[in-house]
Design a protein around this ligand. Structure first.
Ligand code: 1DF
Ligand code: MN
Length: 352
């Protein structure tokens, strides 16, 4: 499947926007968490699998995740990826206790910033934060922007079963809005109160459960009124918007019907329709979905300026998918937005 020939250049740069890394020190912390008798079943099923499976997929992923130099650069060259926008892999620090999470987020961000300094034309970094301590997360966003030169935040969906729709987390949104940086709401494994009926049939992971849970999280943020409170806030969601563009019509209809019938205390009137927030407060990447009809549909719903390319390296390292995306029947102008210029503006990537 992989070739050793570098892929020829295209009339655009290919910027992949949901790419993952895992420092060895984080894997050491994970090993301690995995050894506990009350380990979270989703974390056990995800990182417990990748960190112990002898399968070729797991071995490949563990090797690639830990490299921020030659292995990664060679894979990028082979697949024709000019630049990766890199984040601490899921669940990042969100599975750790509060003190460890806050401290390790700083270590991981320093390490990623160092890699970006080594390879400034190839790597861009996202700021990892610990939602367990919203005030510390807000400070780390400030440090990441002002001291480390990073211009986006990564949050791996729920934090030990808690959602950012809870106003106790909103210092994080205030900081992101104030510093004008988007938050990438990336999947996490399912929380323990939700995972049962997904895990018993093996559908809890990236195959389906991730999308259900992250889409739910994005919707909770919308319906909680976060974008009425923080109108300039921008979220990025992967996997073709976790299917939300496809839901948009029904969400608008049923949200209005629910509000008008006073059915739930928690579903309050919003200033706009749910789909308006998708169009005005979200960027969507095609991570894991190298599928032209879905990309075009999403461009149609949220606009060509809000849909970006992502590979999801190393979880979906597939050079043939890059070729499929190159070959989409799409104007040269729109394809350049998809692969390059939308990402340059969202992540404030300096090209000169
Ligand atoms: C998987 C997929 C794992 C994605 C990920 O991080 C991840 C997977 C732990 O296939 O198990 O980021 N993904 O975004 O699709
Ligand atoms: Mn991912």
């Amino acid at each position: 499947m992989t070739t050793t020939e570098p892929k020829p250049a295209a009339p655009y740069q290919r910027i992949a926007t949901e790419e993952a890394f895992a420092p060895a020190e984080m894997l050491n912390i994970y090993r301690k968490i995995l050894a506990k008798s009350d380990v979270d079943p989703g974390f056990q099923g995800l990182m417990g699998f990748y960190m112990s499976s002898p399968s070729a997929r797991a071995q490949h992923i563990m090797r690639c995740l830990q490299d921020l130099d030659q292995v990664r650069l060679q894979h990028m060259d082979e697949a024709g990826i000019d630049r990766q926008v890199i984040a601490l892999t899921a669940p990042g620090v969100q599975v750790m206790d509060k003190e460890t999470a806050v401290a390790f987020s700083r270590v991981a961000n320093d390490e990623l910033a160092e890699a970006v300094r080594r390879h400034p034309t190839r790597f861009t970094g996202m700021i990892a934060v610990a939602p367990q301590d919203p005030a510390a997360a807000a400070l780390e966003i400030e440090r990441g922007v002002t001291r480390l030169g990073m211009n986006a935040v990564i949050i791996n969906s729920h934090t030990q079963g808690e959602y950012l729709s809870d106003s106790k987390f909103w210092d994080i949104f205030a900081a992101a809005e104030a510093h004008d940086v988007p938050i990438y709401l990336h999947p996490n494994s399912l929380p323990k109160n939700m995972i049962g009926s997904f895990q018993d049939c093996g559908l809890d992971g990236a195959i389906y459960g991730f999308g259900v849970e992250t889409g739910l999280h994005a919707l909770r943020i919308i319906t909680a009124g976060v974008f009425d409170r923080f109108p300039k806030l921008q979220l990025i969601i992967g996997h073709m918007g976790e299917a939300l563009p496809f839901w948009a019509y029904r969400l608008d209809y049923m949200h209005r019907a629910t509000v008008l019938s006073n059915r739930y205390e928690s579903i309050k009137p919003l200033l706009k329709k749910p789909s308006d927030y998708l169009r005005e407060n979200f960027f969507i990447t095609n991570s894991g979905v190298a599928w032209e009809p879905a990309i075009k549909f999403t461009q149609d719903i949220v606009g060509v300026d809000r849909v970006m390319y992502a590979m999801d390296y190393p979880y979906q390292y597939a050079a043939d998918e890059v070729t499929a995306m190159d070959n989409m029947a799409m104007s040269a102008e729109v394809k350049k937005k998809f692969f390059q210029t939308n990402a340059e503006s969202v992540f404030k990537i300096k090209t000169t």
